[in-house]
Design a protein around this ligand. Structure first.
Ligand code: F6R
Length: 624
């Protein structure tokens, strides 16, 4: 959570920092701030409780003059309520040293106690402020009087104080600091929180992720845990926490900054819903044929022999990505391959049971979700191999996994995940197809049909999206409901969970997703007259049971919307229908989730909710 930016160069520092923060706001948006220094060492600091737009306004009223280096932060509160005092950047007692931080300093109370005893005064309740004072102590220990330090000495002194401070911190941090007497250098360090440097010409950038500076440069260097960097306008030096210089390679990011803009849609979420056919197509491209062959070998070193060697597949993920994992479980089990799916935060004991023959599939859009990373480390320690299914190049997950299967969805900015989910499903269907074909579970002709069906999905997604207006009308009809129920079975049971999650997160109303077979075991009692119930009921093996579940719900007053295809529509008796194009039942989750996403979007729109930045949430959950 939280987004940090940093800049050094000849261009308008505060504009660049604020623009970067706007692009990182999905990481947290309860308060924000920037600090910048000019060549003479005067510090400019502005913070607000609230969104980056308010900060932008404040800065425009009284702009910084001549600032050439600075840092910025948009916050998702962990320690201390959202307020201006708790907003970053935080300063030391001298007011000359500023720090921005993403993560949690676990030993901050110990450090704070010692600092208080040494006479430091604190102005916030945050763990981050402690870092500024620790650096101040280190500067003192180096016998530095900020006002008196000779200019040629500021850089080595600041570097050493920062390095020593970083070594005192326990927990997770992506950290950047500026010291007013040293305007030619911004320092930054990483431990368990994402951090990337953007390399420009005569200017350099720091951010939590590349979208902050993509419009300025696509050449980037990802820092690893335990690395720090001294960023100057003409170059960047990299070090470990002992101060030993390290060599780092840059990579070029293929995303375009316009890919991260709204492109005429009212919200990123709606734009991203409409990008799902492309997300699936891009994720499948060049990786499917021949199913069971060695097509994944060149890209990620996963051979068909490796695939044959795994006894089971264990999915781990959080939130929407976990729902993709649940679809994966149903799919692999459908092929007779033992498979499990757990939320990463509840995996700790099971992780210890992982064995060599298990392939752990960690699914994460961001590749930075703390619980997922923690689970991966535990599973690896127990001997399992890990495949990352992620959308984010260079993310921590990609560096810790044995194999990486990228979803090629482009940047997902809306906090509610949509196209990333479709990309995850596409990657899982791809993987399941290779597993089943490599093991001879899918014979040649069945494998061909499976691949053909999968390749048709992007077109069927477009057909489903074409019903947006009709789905919007259904959503408007139910927009004032305070409770929603979603039910389905088998591969679509996770889609019921996902439909409920989408409503909860962007409309703030109560919604439940259930395995339809569970209804009679309790939940049916909550149905009241007029309660909206969305039932995913495609043709296939679950249809008869689903038709029965719909009858039972209707008999108790539910107002049913059935998500059906042309054939199952004849069997399910509902008040309203959304009709999907026909595909094999196994592939229906990639279509059935789309009306539920659109439904949630229009319910939230009718309620005038802040769809792309729902309250209390952040896009990337980098704390446990
Ligand atoms: C819901 C949503 C979250 C994420 C979850 C995992 O719309 O976006 O539930 O799916 O926080 O995030 P990643 O995939 O980045 O690990």
């Amino acid at each position: 959570m939280c987004g940090i930016t940093g800049y050094i160069g000849e261009n308008k520092t505060t504009d660049i920092l604020i623009d970067g923060l706007k692009r990182l706001e999905y990481r947290g948006y309860d308060s924000c701030g920037i600090a910048a220094v000019d060549a003479k060492g005067s510090l400019y600091l502005r913070r607000v409780s609230g969104r980056v737009d308010a900060l932008d306004k404040l800065v425009a009223e009284d702009p910084a003059k001549g600032a050439r280096a600075g840092v910025g932060h948009t916050r998702w509160a962990t320690h201390g309520a959202p307020s201006e005092d708790n907003a970053h950047p935080h300063t030391d007692c001298t007011g000359k040293l500023v720090v921005v931080h993403n993560g949690i300093i676990e030993n901050y109370l110990d450090l704070k106690e010692k600092l208080l005893a040494a006479g430091h005064k604190f102005k916030s309740e945050t763990d981050t402020e402690v870092i500024a004072h620790v650096i101040e102590e280190k500067l003192k220990a180096l016998n530095v009087q900020a006002a008196a330090v000779r200019s040629e000495m500021t850089e080595p002194v600041f570097f050493e104080a920062f390095r020593r401070a970083v070594n005192d911190l326990k927990g997770s941090f992506a950290l950047s600091a500026v010291w007013a007497p040293c305007p030619g250098m911004v320092l930054t360090a990483r431990m368990h929180s994402p951090l990337v440097i953007g390399l420009g010409k005569g200017e350099n950038f720091i951010a939590s992720d590349v979208s902050a500076f993509l419009k300025h440069t696509k050449r980037v260097v990802f820092l690893n845990d335990g690395e720090m960097a001294a960023v100057r306008k003409d170059g960047v030096d990299y070090y470990d926490f002992k101060g030993k210089k390290t060599a780092k390679d840059s990579v070029t990011i293929q995303w375009d900054s316009t890919m991260a803009e709204k492109g005429g849609y009212k919200h990123f979420m709606l734009k991203e819903i409409h990008e799902q056919a492309e997300a699936v197509e891009n994720t499948l491209r060049g990786r499917l044929l021949p199913l069971g062959g060695d097509v994944l070998k060149a890209e990620m070193g996963l051979t068909s022999d490796d695939i044959k060697g795994f006894a089971s597949v264990q999915f781990i993920a959080c939130g929407t990505a976990h729902h993709a994992g649940l679809v994966g479980r149903a799919l692999f089990e459908n092929f007779g391959i033992p498979s499990y799916a757990d939320v990463a935060s509840e995996f700790t004991d099971r992780a210890k049971l992982m064995r060599k023959g298990t392939l752990v599939a960690a699914i994460s859009q961001s590749g930075e979700t703390a619980d997922t990373l923690f689970a991966v480390r535990e599973a690896k320690a127990a001997g399992a191999k890990v495949i990352a299914i992620t959308n984010t190049v260079g993310s921590t997950l990609t560096r810790e996994a044995d194999y990486v299967l990228y979803t090629h969805c482009g940047p997902e900015i809306g906090v509610a995940s949509t196209k990333a989910f479709l990309g995850q499903l596409a990657a899982i269907y791809l993987l399941a197809g290779h597993f089943a074909a490599a093991r001879g579970i899918l014979k040649a002709s069945d494998a061909r049909r499976y691949a053909e069906d999968l390749l048709k999905i992007p077109r069927l997604i477009e057909e489903t999206l074409a019903q947006e207006k009709d789905i919007a009308k259904v959503a408007q009809h139910f927009a004032s409901s305070e409770h929603f129920l979603f039910i389905s079975r088998h591969v679509n049971y996770p889609i019921a969970l996902e439909g409920a999650l989408k409503i909860k997160e962007i409309s703030y109303v109560h919604a439940e997703g259930y395995a339809a077979g569970e209804m009679k075991h309790g939940p049916i009692a909550i149905i009241y007259k007029g309660m909206p119930l969305l039932a995913v009921a495609p043709s296939g093996r679950t249809l008869e049971l689903m038709a029965g579940n719909v009858e039972e719900a209707k008999a108790r007053g539910a107002d049913v919307v059935a998500i059906v295809d042309e054939d199952s529509r004849k069997r399910v008796k509902a008040g309203r229908y959304i009709t999907l194009p026909k595909t094999d039942e196994l592939f229906t989750p990639m279509l059935s989730v789309i009306p539920l996403q659109i439904f949630a979007y229009y319910v939230a729109l009718a309620k005038k909710c802040d769809i792309d930045k729902p309250r209390n949430l952040a896009k990337s959950v980098t704390v446990r």
